[in-house]
Structure formats: structure tokens, C-alpha cells
Design a protein around this ligand. Sequence first.
Ligand code: SF4
Ligand code: SF4
Length: 215
Amino acid sequence: MGYAGQHFDLIGAEDVAVFERAIWQLEPAQTPRPATFNLSNEKRTTLDFCFDHLAKNAPQARAEIALSAGAPYGAIAVNKDRCTLCMSCVGACPENALLDSKEFPQLRFVERNCVQCGLCENTCPEDAITLTPRLLLGKEAKSERVLNEAEIFACVRCQKPFATRQMIDNMLGKLGAHSMFTSPAALHRLKMCADCRVLDMMANVDHGSILETTK
Ligand code: SF4
Ligand code: SF4
């Protein structure tokens, strides 16, 4: 952040006199103006206040600082081509850094909560997560950001949203060659919600006309 001088030193001394001399020879490093917040019982909260104070008064503005592997701050990256939005990682995260959404099929992330424990990376069945140690500064570190999201798919019969486009495409791709789904009507039924599939099977409707209207 551009604070001049040496802020940390390791002094090796055989006796107290040598140690004291070494202490007094140290040059004071540049510091920000005194902070006015109280310390919290929660160490990470106190560190958050410290980071914010240091960043706010920094001689050189920094958006992020790279950290070494194993550091307890950082981001995660999600490979969108692999991620199926199964949300296993959300259940595995002990710090509420990974979140889902009640309204949309979305995987969200709050970076400042992430302790880089790696549980999400180990849990992901698609091997889609990579950890990146770093200290992100500013508002973005504490706000939710979307790591992956999917297009919502609505039932072709009742129009109720019930799945993601990716799930339906995968299902059609996997079941399309199966002997039980060779008829257009059976394949078309896969695009319906559970209730409509049952109603459709019972009604045994003519799908020729429906297929024409929902292409
Ligand atoms: S990143 Fe992995 S565990 Fe998380 S939602 Fe995507 S596929 Fe599931
Ligand atoms: S590394 Fe740990 S804290 Fe960070 S998102 Fe994954 S499970 Fe949550």
C-alpha cells in the first residue's frame, strides 16, 4: 500500500543488552493516522477494520494484494463449462462465503468470508473450483458477486419455471438416444414439469399440434 520503511524485523540477540541496542537502532516506519475503531472479540472482524483503515489511508491505492498459497484470504474461480449448479459447494462452505439464491439459479460468493479452506474445491463433483489466495480491498470484497448462473427453463405446457436450460439440454442429450424416448411425444414430455408430465400422459394428447406451437 506504499507505507514507507520496514514494518517488521526479526532480531536475534544473545543477551538483553544486545537486543535493546538493536531495538533502538530500528527506524520507525510510516503509519496511517491513528484508528478510532474498537477491537472485536472476533479476530477476523478486527482484521477487516485494520485492512479498511490501512487501505483508506494508503499512500498508494491498491485494489488487491496477491498472497501466497495457504493464506486465509482469497477468491474462488468456477469453471462455468463444468459447473452444473448442483450447489454441493454451498452446503460444504463453513463460512457462508458461497450462497445460492431463492429467486434465481445462481451461485454467489462473498470474498471477505472465504478462509480458503478448500472444502468447496474438494466437494465439487465436477472439479470446477480453483482457489486463488489474495486480499481484495474495497467494497467488492464484502459484497455478493455471481460466480455462475443458468437460464431458467419454463414448462412447455403450463409455463411454470421448473429447471435450468442446461439441465433440460443435458437430459435431452442423454435420453434422446434411449429406446423409451424415441417418439417426439416422449421427448416433448421431458420439457414439462412433473405435474404436467403426469397430466399429459393421462390425457394422451396429440403432440403434433403442440410441437408446432412450442418450437
Ligand atoms: S462449483 Fe461444483 S459444487 Fe459448486 S455448484 Fe458448480 S458443480 Fe456444484
Ligand atoms: S474455500 Fe472454504 S471458505 Fe472459501 S468458499 Fe470454499 S468452502 Fe467456503
